[in-house]
Design a protein around this ligand. Structure first.
Ligand SMILES: C[S@@+](CC[C@H](N)C(=O)[O-])C[C@H]1O[C@@H](n2cnc3c(N)ncnc32)[C@H](O)[C@@H]1O
Length: 243
């Protein structure tokens, strides 16, 4: 009798997850936001055990960051919700001329990142500061690329965060936001968030990563309006081509 009850409960959970994906995603997010991961002991466990397990993901994200930046010289890169900073170090290895800033609202996470950066001798290139996706302590149009991994499901005001990420980006630059598929933003949510944030829907794309365990993750790309400085046509060259 008890076993039948358990089977029924499991089936019910599967049906809820299958049929009402968004509702179940929100429950998982709600639980995770209250898991205490950003408190002192949560940060210690995440720093020592969980984050190192995801090094293969950080290497992939860092490669995407380097590819997206291409030839841009001495770019400024910001990691929003940086946690204990493993992604910062992976990016520094591939982008040696970049200035890299990690931002996180949780002091225990920033402290863990500070210790890791000091051990890796990269504090000349990377700094970690307090802030949240909804309030970035950075000037308008000052960043060449924003990246975020496994943190977007913690954003308490996603529409504000989207506006804020776009505010700090230079024209034509983009934010690469990675999260687990079963907690990250769905396409339907992004429709609503684009409207709320007052952003063109075409400026936001979402795709599932490919290959092995990467399929568990989705990447959302936000593109700031405008043309990157390096791609603008020289004002004196344009008229001569029109003859
Ligand atoms: C699961 S950890 C991910 C850390 C790191 N990015 C990684 O990939 O290992 C989530 C991080 O998001 C941070 N966070 C929570 N709320 C946030 C917000 N509103 N804006 C930015 N980061 C936030 C937490 O403090 C935590 O460090």
């Amino acid at each position: 009798m008890r076993r039948r009850g358990l089977v029924a409960l499991t089936l019910a959970i599967v049906v809820v997850i299958w049929r009402q994906q968004l509702a179940s995603i929100r429950v998982i997010r709600w639980l995770d936001q209250r898991s205490g991961i950003d408190g002192p002991s949560g940060a210690r466990i995440y720093d020592a055990l969980l984050a190192p397990l995801a090094n293969w993901l950080y290497e992939r994200v860092a490669a995407d960051v380097a590819t997206t930046l291409g030839e841009r010289v001495a770019p400024t890169i910001v990691d929003v919700g940086t946690g204990p900073g493993l992604l910062l170090i992976a990016i520094a290895a591939l982008c040696p001329t970049a200035t890299i800033i990690g931002i996180d609202p949780a002091e225990p996470m920033r402290a863990a990142a500070g210790r890791r950066l000091a051990r890796a001798h990269v504090t000349h290139q990377i700094s970690v500061i307090a802030g949240a996706a909804e309030h970035l302590p950075l000037p308008d149009s000052s960043v060449d690329l924003v990246v975020s991994s496994l943190a977007s499901h913690h954003w308490s005001e996603p529409a504000t965060a989207i506006r804020e990420l776009l505010r700090v980006l230079r024209p034509g630059s983009c934010a690469l936001v990675y999260d687990l598929r079963f907690v990250g933003f769905t396409d339907r949510e992004l429709d609503a968030l684009a409207m709320l944030a007052g952003v063109e829907r075409a400026a936001i794309t979402r795709r599932t990563l490919r290959g092995g365990l990467l399929r568990l993750f989705a990447q959302v790309t936000l593109t700031a309006p405008g043309v990157p400085v390096g791609d603008r046509q020289h004002p004196h060259r344009t008229p001569s081509r029109r003859t």
